[in-house]
Write a protein that binds this ligand. Structure first.
Ligand code: PMP
Length: 475
């Protein structure tokens, strides 16, 4: 079989692609003839074209580089720890699809599973064997999950878990924590981290995190500070929390915080929801709940369980999950839910994740975090590099902050970050061939493909970038 990957350095018109698919040698009558010598693609050229037809030129805001300035690189292909842009420039990639890819890009085992599944059909609208296997794999590994429903994104998972909690308890009010990001559903956007943090500069009160969200949609959302156990009452349906906050930089749960939430929810009959879309299958096989020994009622998953394809999931206590249609009155559905390609990719990815893999991930992240902290310290840049298991977060403190810089513990602390400084550091790294996320509130996702040599290279690049940053700061 020939490699189906198109030559990414040339412009592929729709007509050309159709011709390849049908084997036609002549374009159909009336078709626009493809250019005889296609223009090479450039990042700037594609961004210009994209902005003409896609709002902001991107399909998810952080990708537009608004937070760091400049032109995004358009990815042509990726392998392992690397991505290459359409101009042929390669980068060590620490984005890894924001954590959806854990074993490295285009891992042969995952690619092979997707290819084989695609040959059997791409979507049926009927149940399949692999959905059962993926659900069994999740239930067997995540301590709180007795039953699970597969959806297509993390947003769908959290949105539906909230509906289920409301339906199961008969209560309306929900608690979320400032700086936690749970996807882009109306009720959960208030005081959100991730790219929303660059937009939302409201203080304190529960206000919608986006235009177009009516006040009524967040009227029952109570936003509280992360790492403080609230006193709840019996109007609360659920508390949703990132057990390790990974959308305001990286903020670890304070000792007792997660257990305090568990106890308080139990006391008032509210459900505790862990949003493990990032931490699930990344912190450990059983996620953050296994690492911290706190068992939620419901768990939201995404990213890793789809092996880079579109999968989310929510699961938990069987008695709660059984409120879902068709067994119960809480409705949820999806044309592409449990998609055969996505379940194949997810199962292939999970099969690579044994205990040794988690030890490797943790070692890689430790090497990276220590190296980055040294790079900042030796350049005199005020920064704190946080690490929780395999997750690494950068917090650049405002210039002049005396060291050592403590780790932020909540959203107010995290948002003191020097966003402009992060932008300069980001570009110094990118110019030297290392791609971080283009936003100060995202974390780094070292994966199984980041070898010790690659990490050492990243650290040496960071020394130089930190010196550049320090030089600019002094200027
Ligand atoms: N929850 C968390 C903790 C996330 O980090 C994200 C996305 N980064 C989501 C939910 C939403 O997932 P998705 O982008 O797949 O909708």
């Amino acid at each position: 079989m020939t490699d189906p990957t198109p030559d990414q350095t040339t412009d592929q018109t729709t007509d050309q692609a159709t011709d390849q698919a049908t084997g036609r040698s002549e374009p159909p009558a009336g078709a626009v003839a493809p250019p005889t010598r296609p223009e090479p693609l450039t990042n700037q050229g594609l961004f210009d074209r994209a902005r003409a037809v896609i709002p902001g030129g991107v399909n998810s805001p952080v990708r537009a580089f608004d937070a760091v300035g400049g032109t995004p690189y358009f990815v042509a292909r990726a392998a392992g720890a690397h991505v290459w842009d359409v101009e042929g420039r390669g980068y060590v990639d620490l984005v890894q699809s924001y954590g959806a890819v854990i074993a490295g890009h285009a891992h042969p085992h995952v690619v092979d599973a997707i290819r084989r599944a695609a040959g059997e059909g791409t979507s049926y609208g009927a149940p399949t064997y692999r959905e059962v296997l993926l659900a069994e794999a999740i239930c067997a590994r995540v301590p709180s999950v007795e039953k699970v429903r597969l959806v297509s994104s993390g947003t769908e998972a959290t949105m539906t878990a909230i509906r289920l909690a409301r339906g199961a308890t008969g209560r309306s009010r929900i608690v979320k924590f400032a700086g936690n990001y749970h996807g882009h559903s109306d009720a959960l956007l208030a005081a959100s981290g991730s790219a929303v943090a660059h937009l939302d500069h409201s203080e304190g009160a529960t206000v919608p995190g986006s235009a177009g969200v009516p006040p009524g949609a967040v009227a029952d959302t109570v936003v509280l500070p992360y790492n403080q156990v609230p006193v709840l009452d019996d109007t609360i349906a659920c508390v949703i929390v990132e057990p390790v906050a990974a959308n305001m930089g990286l903020v670890a749960p304070a000792p007792g915080f997660l257990q305090g939430l568990r106890d308080e929810c139990t006391r008032v009959g509210a459900l505790l929801i862990f949003d493990e879309v990032i931490t699930g299958f990344r912190l450990d096989i059983g996620g953050a709940q296994q690492v911290f020994g706190v068992i939620p009622d419901l768990t939201c998953l995404g990213k890793v369980i789809g092996g880079g394809l579109n999968v989310g999931a929510f699961g938990g206590r069987a008695d709660v999950m059984d409120h879902l249609a068709p067994l119960g009155p809480v409705y949820q559905a999806g044309t592409l839910s449990g998609n055969p390609l996505a379940t194949a990719a997810g199962l292939a990815a999970l099969s690579l994740l044994d205990q040794g893999a988690y030890e490797q991930l943790e070692g890689t992240a430790a090497h990276l975090a220590v190296g980055l902290q040294d790079a900042f310290d030796s350049a005199g840049v005020a920064a704190h590099v946080s690490r929780v298991g395999p997750l690494v977060g950068l917090y650049l403190a405002p210039t002049g902050t005396p060291g050592p810089v403590p780790a932020p513990v909540d959203y107010d602390g995290a948002r003191a970050a020097d966003e402009a400084g992060y932008g300069r550091f980001f570009h110094a790294m990118l110019d030297a061939g290392v791609a971080l996320a283009p936003g100060a509130y995202e974390v780094l996702f070292p994966g199984l493909a980041h070898t010790p040599d690659i990490v050492a290279h990243v650290v040496s690049v960071a020394y130089e970038a930190a010196r550049t940053l320090a030089g600019e700061d002094r200027a």
